[in-house]
Each structure stands twice: as structure tokens, then as C-alpha cells.
Design a protein around this ligand. Structure first.
Ligand SMILES: C[S@@+](CC[C@H](N)C(=O)[O-])C[C@H]1O[C@@H](n2cnc3c(N)ncnc32)[C@H](O)[C@@H]1O
Length: 138
């Protein structure tokens, strides 16, 4: 159990170091070319797949979506952009979700950022109409 906890802490620290550089022009360009959007993506899920998520979630402007392990906000912020749903992006490193929050605000997207672990969520029951995650269980 202690080994698993240490492994998770190491992993999260690695991501924290990455998210500090989220504003870097090379990362933005890389994302545009590989994922089709530059909303802080740090995985393999592209815009076509995210639009499919939106169809599956069946959410719209009256709904609220929780994204777990969003890193710097991908794809939660884009889900909100495409569907009109409010989004809560969540991950452990504040460095990631805070960047995603700034990106959402810059585009007028309805987002809230919460730094928390998916293992111990600080939300009341039934707060969300949809929950999503992408490239987190890897
Ligand atoms: C490969 S990144 C993917 C991030 C984002 N979904 C994307 O596609 O760009 C995996 C993310 O999972 C997060 N993660 C790992 N364990 C977590 C946990 N217990 N709770 C919340 N997030 C976690 C990491 O911090 C990291 O940001």
C-alpha cells in the first residue's frame, strides 16, 4: 500500500512539473497538430473522440460535468465549449487545473477548477449530470 502511495506521489509530481510549462508555445502547437485543439491536452484523446464523448454524455447548457484527472483542462474545457454544459475540471496538481481555468475564462467558457484526488472527491452526491476522464488510468 505504501509503495502504491509513493508511486502515485511520484507520478503526480512528474505531471506537476509538466503543467508548469503549459503556456509554452511549442506545447500549444504540438497539441493543435496532434489533438486538433489547444486546451491543455496531455494525452491521446483528440477532438473527434471528445465530440463522441459529448454525444455519449448527452449533456447541454442546463447540465454540469465533472472531469477527473483533467490535468490542464483537457478535454473538460473543450466538452464545455462544444456542449454548453458547465464543467468542473479536477486533478491533484493545482498547476494544471489553474492553467485550464485561465484558458476557459479567456474563451468565456463556464468552468470551475478543483485540486483534488479522484480517490477522495470533495463533492456532494448527485451534483453532476455527467462524469468523464481521459488518459487517467494509464
Ligand atoms: C496523462 S495525464 C492526462 C491528463 C488529461 N486528462 C489530458 O488528457 O490531457 C494523467 C493525469 O491523471 C492525473 N491523476 C493521476 N492520479 C490521479 C488521482 N488519483 N486523482 C486525480 N487525478 C489523477 C495526473 O495528475 C495527470 O494529470
Amino acid at each position: 500500500m505504501e509503495d502504491a502511495k509513493n508511486a502515485e506521489e511520484d507520478l503526480v509530481e512528474r505531471f506537476r512539473d509538466y503543467y508548469v510549462h503549459s503556456d509554452h508555445a511549442v506545447l500549444r502547437e504540438l497539441e493543435m497538430r496532434t489533438l486538433g485543439a489547444d486546451y491543455g491536452g496531455n494525452g491521446y484523446t483528440d477532438t473527434t473522440q471528445v465530440e463522441h464523448f459529448v454525444d455519449l454524455l448527452r449533456v447541454g447548457s442546463d447540465d454540469r460535468v465533472l472531469e477527473l484527472g483533467s490535468g490542464a483542462g483537457w478535454p473538460g474545457v473543450y466538452i464545455s465549449k462544444v456542449s454548453g454544459a458547465a464543467v468542473v475540471i479536477s486533478d491533484i496538481p493545482w498547476e494544471g487545473v489553474s492553467w485550464g481555468l485561465g484558458r476557459a475564462r479567456a474563451d468565456g467558457i463556464d468552468a470551475i477548477a478543483v485540486a483534488c484526488s479522484g480517490i477522495a472527491l470533495p463533492f456532494k452526491d448527485a451534483m453532476f449530470d455527467g462524469v468523464t476522464h481521459s488518459d487517467v488510468l494509464c
